[in-house]
Design a protein around this ligand. Structure first.
Ligand SMILES: NC(=O)c1ccc[n+]([C@@H]2O[C@H](COP(=O)([O-])OP(=O)(O)OC[C@H]3O[C@@H](n4cnc5c(N)ncnc54)[C@H](OP(=O)(O)O)[C@@H]3O)[C@@H](O)[C@H]2O)c1
Length: 253
């Protein structure tokens, strides 16, 4: 199937590692030009950009930090300056919440901590959409994929603020679909389940991964490539008329 991505420009935020890196690879494999962002790990970002063709100008790595609004503006401005705009936006970057200490409750989290967490995750993501969508509308074509989490649908102990930040994207996309639909721009949300990234494989106790696997009809956790496959379809011309949808990729959970 032709995904209609050849020479399209794609911006994938938070793509120096994990799921975002495989999303960037999937678009590059379809002939798209990929701008990928990193926050702290410039080496990993530049390495992936080289792998995806930085020397042929088919990839670039840009700094983008959710907590630094000027980097959000400058990353989009640089893609627009070099490649004329963004055809596909995959908003994947996340600021993780610090784990709560055992016995610490929701109400014990200082207000300044969680308001900053919500502000960092939500506002910059919406701003990135604002900055990229005007060009898509002008060209009468665009695709936006927002990366959420199964936590926004299922809930998870200790993840109230993360769940709040992610589920806000669902309401946002459902409404934005109405505003963008007549102009050929489609916006969808992908909710990964627990995904076997390097960070998850290295950082999560084996018994937690095994428990999560047992709860999954397919009997395995998603790989980053599994998530990338769903994102690639929704964020491509192969997706002709799906918008405002919340798609879970979690092995059937
Ligand atoms: N992995 C899972 O099991 C899972 C499950 C459900 C949903 N998700 C969602 O999937 C997406 C990717 O998750 P992941 O597990 O692949 O993440 P990850 O491995 O932690 O990768 C995070 C990426 O985001 C960048 N990043 C980190 N903090 C940032 C910040 N404050 N501002 C901008 N960029 C930042 C990192 O860049 P640097 O390394 O350069 O700092 C890196 O490129 C997220 O939206 C997450 O919520 C993941």
């Amino acid at each position: 199937m032709d995904m209609g991505l050849k020479d399209r420009t794609v911006l994938v935020t938070g793509a120096s590692s994990g799921i975002g890196a495989d999303i960037a690879r999937a678009y590059a494999a379809e002939g798209a030009r990929v701008a990928l962002t990193y926050r702290g790990d410039s080496t990993a970002g530049q390495r992936l950009a080289r792998e995806l063709g930085a020397d042929r100008d088919t990839a670039m790595a840009l700094r983008y930090s959710l907590a630094e609004p000027e980097t959000v503006e400058s990353a989009v401005a640089e893609v627009t300056r070099r490649w004329g705009g963004v055809d596909v936006l995959v908003a994947n970057a996340v600021r993780w919440a610090p784990r709560r200490a055992p016995g610490e409750h929701f109400e014990d989290v200082p207000a300044g901590d969680w308001t900053a967490f919500l502000a960092d995750n939500l506002a910059p993501t919406l701003r990135t959409v604002q900055l990229t969508v005007a060009g898509m509308r002008k060209r009468s074509w665009g695709r936006i994929v927002l990366i959420s989490s199964h936590v926004a649908l299922d809930g998870h102990r200790g993840q109230e603020f993360y769940g709040a930040a992610k589920s806000a994207l669902h309401g946002f996309a459902r409404s934005l679909a109405w505003d963008l639909g007549p102009d050929g721009v489609l916006v969808n949300v992908v909710c990964p389940g627990l995904t076997a990234t390097e960070r998850v494989r290295g950082g999560l106790p084996a018994e937690v991964r095994e428990r999560e696997t047992r709860l999954t009809p397919t009997g395995r956790l998603s790989s980053p490539e599994d998530i990338a496959g769903a994102v690639l379809f929704l964020g491509s011309a192969a997706n002709g008329n799906t918008t405002g949808q919340i798609v879970t990729v979690a092995g059937g959970r």
